[in-house]
Design a protein around this ligand. Structure first.
Ligand code: C2E
Ligand code: MG
Ligand code: MG
Ligand code: MG
Length: 285
């Protein structure tokens, strides 16, 4: 009986594997086409400063609408990283983001645009030059650009990668450590990393439920970052209790659905209004 079951399992497994393979191949072909046709668009999510009580930054997020169906970045970004498409996608998102936000950025030089950068892009020796010329072409100064990288890019960072990040920072760009807390390095390693900001991962923010609990991990992360002279952004802020808690811990910036979802470039003003109102209401309580 065991043998028969095993045989059955094998027979059922095989077509599934084929289907998965076909779907993956199809998805990759679709992504290649979308990149070639420049169909990767950008979603913009506001980031607010409680101290300024207003939107101070937008994060640009890649969007792929495939025949009316949204494919999430968690699916197509890893695929793009494996297939060599991430360089083109990253450049497209940065270029579109800079052009779209240039007017908003020029109104106040303390405003900035954050863009996600994959470790694969940083392997390209001309990455830094590419970023500098994109910024120049859009008329946006590098000091208004934030590059978000995850801890993993520093694991076996070669000297070329470190040099590129260093030259971008020298030119004025800032670097943010994305998804902070989810990587493998300890808090202690933070002082060795060439970053200006940490973005606390939403999994930590979601630990705040009532706002009355003690969460030593969250306060340690923020205090440690501050004591190293870094600014702190919290991502995934969904409730007023979470925002209040983070504000009490002196978190510098907040991002999340409580303020606004990521929006299309045509809805920037609406998103700013909505997020401004939300942070003003919180401060006024
Ligand atoms: P991330 O950089 O950490 O971006 C934040 C993610 O959290 C976004 O997901 C955003 O939509 C989502 N988010 C924002 N506020 C909330 C909230 O209040 N609650 C919840 N549950 N989620 C919230 P998204 O757009 O699906 O992107 C996922 C990840 O894909 C990004 O995480 C980033 O790692 C990657 N990604 C997106 N665009 C790009 C890109 O252009 N280049 C690269 N290399 N990676 C990208
Ligand atoms: Mg990010
Ligand atoms: Mg993030
Ligand atoms: Mg994240």
């Amino acid at each position: 009986a065991a043998k028969a079951a095993g045989k059955n399992r094998f027979l059922r497994f095989h077509p599934d594997m084929m289907t998965a393979l076909v779907q993956r191949t199809d998805m990759l072909t679709g992504l290649q086409l979308a990149v070639a046709r420049r169909e990767i668009s950008v979603g913009f999510q506001p980031i607010v400063s409680p101290r300024m009580a207003q939107v101070v930054q937008f994060e640009a997020l890649a969007r792929w609408n495939r025949d009316g169906e949204r494919v999430p970045p968690s699916v197509f970004i890893p695929m793009a990283e494996r297939s060599g498409l991430i360089g083109e996608i990253g450049a497209e998102v940065m270029a579109r983001g800079l052009v779209r936000l240039a007017p908003w950025l020029s109104q106040d030089l303390s405003r900035s645009l954050a863009v996600n950068v994959s470790g694969v892009q940083l392997q390209e020796p001309d990455f830094a030059d590419g970023v500098i010329s994109l910024a120049e072409a859009s008329g946006v100064g590098l000091y208004q650009l934030v590059l978000e990288v995850t801890e993993s890019v520093f694991f076996d960072a070669d000297s070329s990668l470190i040099k590129q990040l260093a030259s971008l920072r020298e030119a004025g760009a800032r670097v943010a450590l994305d998804d902070f807390g989810t990587g493998y390095s300890s808090l202690g390693r933070l002082q060795d990393l060439p970053v200006d900001t940490v973005k606390i991962d939403k999994s930590f923010v979601s630990m705040v439920r009532t706002g009355r609990e003690r969460l030593p991990i969250l306060s340690s992360m923020i205090n440690m970052a501050h004591s190293l002279g870094l600014t702190v952004t919290a991502e995934g802020v969904e409730t007023a209790a979470q925002a209040d808690y983070l504000m009490a811990l002196e978190c510098d910036s907040l991002q999340g659905y409580l303020f606004s979802l990521p929006v299309a470039g045509s809805r920037l003003e609406l998103a700013v209004q909505q997020a401004d109102e939300a942070i003003k209401a919180l401060r006024g309580r």
